[in-house]
Design a binder for this molecule. Structure first.
Ligand SMILES: *[C@@H]1O[C@H](CO)[C@@H](O)[C@H](O)[C@H]1NC(C)=O
Ligand SMILES: *[C@@H]1O[C@H](CO)[C@@H](O)[C@H](O)[C@H]1NC(C)=O
Ligand SMILES: *[C@@H]1O[C@H](CO)[C@@H](O)[C@H](O)[C@H]1NC(C)=O
Ligand SMILES: *[C@@H]1O[C@H](CO)[C@@H](O)[C@H](O)[C@H]1NC(C)=O
Ligand SMILES: *[C@@H]1O[C@H](CO)[C@@H](O)[C@H](O)[C@H]1NC(C)=O
Length: 476
């Protein structure tokens, strides 16, 4: 609030002067106060979209080669021209790079058009061409070194991949490690590695009676001590080329006694809320929470979606409380709290929209559930750093609703035309594959997408072993 506070100071210093020099003329301070109030109101009004659009995504600039084969141009009703930025036209280079104005605008997500309406970018990817190119490069070059541990080591159960097929709510963590260890990304040669994997499993530590919830922090501290004593790689970069993967929210406090992991390493976690201090957006990455399901749902194509919206879950947060209060008795938004009497799959197949509502954490498996069953997810979880948001344009296949707008939910959903809905839903079917795990990974599945997120975060420069480049160590 820089402007109002300056005005405030101005007003105060002038009030002082004016009351001294003009005695009874108090209309000057009064009018200045009024002016200040108007400016403050105007300021709040002009910046208020910061509060309502929590998930604005700014993708990268678009390259020329034919971008949009999938978009539906009719949805961009008014032609949009690039603003006349003199700096750009002077050199002409950016113009050349991004092609014509409308195309560059299209790559930027929702746009405010001349009639004040938000127009939607219906591409599933922020930039498909860049993604595909980068992905190929990632698949070809990314190398990961995993700190090795012997099978007979006392904590092998925590450090080595599980020998069963992961399932349930927190499966993503185990799935990732299991698939990674058998993949072509692994290298035994640390000198060629781009990234170093810290293979501890938060979920397994939690259930290990020798450690348990209360012992996780000490275990991580000791493990990091061991790693940095035994190998030179952590010290070399202070850990910026290291990562770990965790799905249970307990992982958030697991690094409390190893702050250098929290601040330097790449944390790939399900509870990716940028409201929380333990998660650092852009450095860290979201691991999608996925309840693994095999094959295809049997009746995806034939499903009749008669209900407007569906939610089922416990009331364990103020956000769900609000949903319950507002929509409990509604005939179109079905919010079930407590035990569901009908099969979950039928509800997801029978609803147009499926609500993902923040509980204890921003993340649940509901987004992946609804995508799997072809239901358009509605995300009511402020500050959720959504999975693969670097790559995927969430506005093209989901509806993001701020918690404050829960009372407007029906209006928002009914405001989406059936044509727009069909676009959303066909995009749901396009992105489903990114939210599925496979023991033998399939290109563009959850495993490869997480690898891509890691690749985006790899250090672009390898730091040499030269003594002159030793980094200052952290004071604990
Ligand atoms: C941009 O500037 C050029 C040259 O200065 C001018 O010819 C053109 O009409 C301007 N376009 C817009 C959209 O203002
Ligand atoms: C990814 O890399 C593997 C191993 O080098 C190769 O067999 C596969 O064809 C690559 N796939 C793509 C899509 O580049
Ligand atoms: C650290 O190393 C010591 C000594 O080798 C070992 O006893 C201990 O289990 C290790 N701790 C962890 C958490 O790796
Ligand atoms: C890494 O740094 C720590 C703390 O300065 C030090 O105790 C340790 O010996 C270093 N590790 C190696 C392998 O040099
Ligand atoms: C829903 O119905 C219950 C019982 O019929 C009633 O007590 C409650 O006030 C209603 N809630 C709303 C939000 O209409």
């Amino acid at each position: 609030m820089a402007r109002p506070s300056l005005l405030y100071q101005y007003y105060h210093s002038h009030r002082h002067l004016s009351s001294r020099s003009f005695g009874g003329f108090f209309f000057i301070p009064t009018s200045l106060a009024l002016l200040t109030s108007f400016l403050i109101l105007f300021y709040i009004y002009s910046t208020s979209n910061l509060f309502t659009h929590t998930h604005q995504i700014t993708p990268r600039i678009k390259l020329p080669s034919g971008f949009s084969t999938l978009s539906s141009p009719s949805l961009f009703s008014a032609p949009i021209s690039l603003e006349n930025a003199s700096e750009l036209t002077k050199t002409g280079t950016l113009e050349r790079i991004i092609g014509d104005g409308s195309e560059s605008q299209r790559a930027r997500g929702p746009q405010s058009s001349s009639n004040g309406q938000y127009e939607k970018n219906n591409e599933v990817f922020h930039d498909r061409d860049i993604f595909l190119e980068d992905y190929k490069e990632m698949n070809r070059t990314l190398k990961i070194y995993v700190y090795p541990h012997r099978k007979d080591y006392a904590f092998a159960n925590v450090l080595l991949p599980v020998d069963f097929k992961p399932g349930g709510n927190y499966a993503s963590e185990s799935y990732f490690k299991k698939v990674l260890m058998q993949s072509h990304f692994i290298t035994k040669n640390p000198t060629v590695a781009d990234l170093f994997f810290l293979p501890f499993s938060i979920a397994r530590l939690r259930h290990d009676p020798r450690v348990g919830v209360g012992g996780i922090q000490d275990f991580i501290r000791d493990y990091m001590f061991n790693i940095s004593q035994t190998y030179p790689y952590w010290n070399r970069t202070n850990g910026v080329d290291h990562f770990y993967v965790a799905c249970h929210s307990i992982g958030r406090v697991a690094m409390e006694k190893a702050p250098e992991v929290k601040f330097n390493a790449i944390q790939v976690v399900c509870s990716s809320s940028y409201f929380l201090t333990g998660y650092i957006a852009h450095k860290d990455a979201c691991l999608p929470q996925i309840w693994p399901r095999e094959g295809e749902p049997p009746n995806l194509v034939s499903s009749k979606r008669k209900k407007l919206a569906f939610f089922a879950g416990a009331i364990n947060s103020p956000v769900r409380e609000k949903l319950l209060q507002t929509w409990r008795n509604d005939s179109e938004i079905f919010a079930h709290f407590g035990r569901l009497t009908t099969p979950y799959a039928d509800e997801l197949l029978g609803s147009k929209y499926c609500l993902h509502v923040k509980g204890f954490e921003v993340n649940t498996a509901r987004i992946a559930d609804s995508l799997y069953y072809g239901c358009v997810p509605v995300i009511i979880a402020n500050y959720y750093d959504l999975p693969f948001t670097d790559v995927l344009n969430w506005k093209s296949f989901s509806v993001v609703v701020a918690t404050l707008d829960i009372p407007l939910l029906k209006k928002i959903l009914k405001g989406i035309s059936s044509k727009e809905y069909l676009t959303l839903q066909s995009n749901v079917l396009k992105v489903r594959k990114h939210f599925q795990w496979h023991l033998f990974p399939v290109h563009y599945d959850a495993f490869y997408m997480v690898m891509y997120e890691l690749w985006l975060r790899r250090s672009s420069m390898k730091i040499s072993f030269d003594d002159s480049m030793v980094f200052t160590t952290h004071n604990r």
